[in-house]
Design a protein around this ligand. Structure first.
Ligand SMILES: Cc1cc2nc3c(=O)[nH]c(=O)nc-3n(C[C@H](O)[C@H](O)[C@H](O)COP(=O)(O)O)c2cc1C
Length: 347
C-alpha cells in the first residue's frame, strides 16, 4: 500500500534524478511543490556533503510539517551495486538508514541486495528498467516499484513505446509504476495514468527550471530546441543517450558525422576540455513542449491545471471532440494539401 505517498503528493509526478541538474535547491523546491523529488546520490562523492544534503531535507520536512505545509518525499538515486562498496557506498547507506530515507531509486544491476537493505529501515525501492525481461528480473528481486524509461527520454533513453510497455508490465506487477520519457505536460500525466501507471516522471521539464543545477546554457537550449533537434548517439560516452544537436555543434562536433567510438563501451575522443553532460547537453523529446525556463512552483501549478483539464477531457465525450476537430483552429485540409508525401516523410 502506498497510502502515505498518495496523501503527500499534490500531483502524481516525479522529478527525475539527473547528473548535474539534481541540485539541493531543485530537490527542496519539488518537495515543497508536492511532487516526488528524485535526486542523484551517486554524483556526490564527499560523504559530508551527502550527509548535509540529507539533513537539510529532513530539517525542511519537519519545518513544513510543523507549519502544516505539504512536503512530498524525496527519492535518492543509488546504483544497485552500491551495497557491495565497503567504503563510500557503506557510508551512504548507513546515513540513509539513520535518516530512514523513504524512497530509493536504483538503476544499473541487480537490485535484490539493495531492496533487502532499504526494506530493513522501512524504505521502498523503485528500480529503473527499459525492457520487459529487466522488469521481470527486478520484480523477482523484490522491488516495490518500477520506473519504466520509455522512448524519447532524456539521458539514457529506452526504446519501447509506453503504449505497449506500460500495460505489459502492469499485467505482471501490482506495485508502483512510474513512467518516464517525453512527458512535460498535464496531458502526458493523464495519459500515463490511463495506461495503468501511477506516477509520471519528468527529467527534461525540470532541467529547465530556475532551481536546477544544470548549466544556464543547457536550460536555455531546452527552451529553444525543437523535437527534431534531439538525436541518439553512443559516441559521447559509450552508451546511447539522447542529445541536443545545437550543443554538439557548439563544441565543434558534427551531429551527422560523429567521431567513431574507441571501444565497445567507450565514447569517441572528445575535443580538449569537453565533458559530455556538462558541455554537450542531453534532453528528451519533450523539448518540443517546453519554451521557457521557469520556477518549479510555476511548472507544477501549470501541470496541475493541465492535468485536471486532461483528466476531465479523457473521461468526456470523445465522439463530440472528434466531430469538432478542425473547427476550432489548427491547420485546415487546404493548408496541409500542398505538402507532398515525400516531404512529410522527411526525404
Ligand atoms: C541531463 C540528464 C541527466 C540524467 N541523469 C540521470 C542520472 O544520473 N540517473 C538516472 O537514473 N537517470 C538520469 N537521467 C534520466 C532521467 O532519470 C529520466 O529517465 C528522463 O529524464 C525522463 O525522460 P524526460 O527527460 O523525457 O522527461 C538523466 C536525464 C537527463 C536529461
Amino acid at each position: 500500500m502506498w497510502t502515505d505517498l498518495a496523501s503527500s503528493l499534490r500531483l502524481p509526478v516525479m522529478c527525475a534524478p539527473m547528473t548535474f541538474a539534481s541540485s539541493l535547491e531543485l530537490t527542496l523546491a519539488c518537495c515543497r511543490a508536492g511532487v516526488v523529488a528524485g535526486w542523484q546520490g551517486m554524483q556526490i562523492t564527499d560523504i559530508d556533503e551527502f550527509a548535509a544534503y540529507l539533513r537539510t531535507l529532513a530539517d525542511a520536512e519537519s519545518e513544513a510539517r510543523h507549519a502544516g505545509q505539504l512536503f512530498a518525499p524525496h527519492a535518492v538515486n543509488l546504483a544497485a551495486g552500491l551495497v557491495k562498496d565497503p567504503d563510500l557506498g557503506a557510508q551512504k547507506l548507513a546515513l540513509c538508514e539513520q535518516l530512514r530515507v523513504p524512497l530509493v531509486f536504483s538503476s544499473l544491476g541487480d537490485p535484490a541486495e539493495l531492496a533487502k537493505r532499504v526494506h530493513g529501515w522501512g524504505g521502498r525501492l523503485i528500480h529503473d528498467v527499459v525492457s520487459v525481461p529487466h522488469a521481470a528480473k527486478a520484480i523477482a528481486a523484490g522491488v516495490d516499484g518500477l520506473m519504466l524509461t520509455c522512448a524519447g527520454a532524456g539521458g539514457h533513453s529506452g526504446t519501447l513505446t509506453p503504449f505497449a510497455f506500460v500495460p505489459k508490465v502492469r499485467s505482471m506487477f501490482d506495485g508502483l509504476l512510474v513512467v518516464g520519457g517525453g512527458i512535460a505536460d498535464g496531458a502526458g500525466v493523464a495519459a500515463t495514468l490511463a495506461l495503468g501507471a501511477d506516477i509520471a516522471c519528468m527529467g527534461t521539464r525540470f532541467i529547465a527550471t530556475h532551481e536546477s543545477g544544470a548549466p544556464e546554457g543547457h536550460k536555455r537550449m531546452i527552451a529553444e530546441a525543437g523535437m527534431d533537434d534531439i538525436f541518439p548517439s553512443a559516441a559521447m560516452n559509450g552508451v546511447s543517450a539522447n542529445w541536443i544537436r545545437q550543443s554538439v555543434t557548439a563544441v565543434g562536433l558534427d551531429p551527422d558525422d560523429m567521431l567513431p567510438q574507441r571501444g565497445p563501451r567507450r565514447g569517441a575522443q572528445m575535443p580538449d576540455g569537453v565533458v559530455p553532460w556538462l558541455h554537450i547537453f542531453s534532453a528528451g523529446h519533450s523539448v518540443g513542449l517546453i519554451d521557457e525556463v521557469a520556477p518549479v512552483q510555476t511548472v507544477v501549478d501549470r501541470l496541475a491545471e493541465e492535468f485536471a483539464a486532461a483528466w476531465i477531457a479523457a473521461g468526456g465525450d470523445w465522439r463530440q471532440r472528434l466531430a469538432q476537430r478542425g473547427r476550432v483552429g489548427g491547420l485546415t485540409a487546404e493548408v496541409v494539401a500542398p505538402v507532398s508525401v515525400t516531404d512529410m516523410m522527411g526525404r
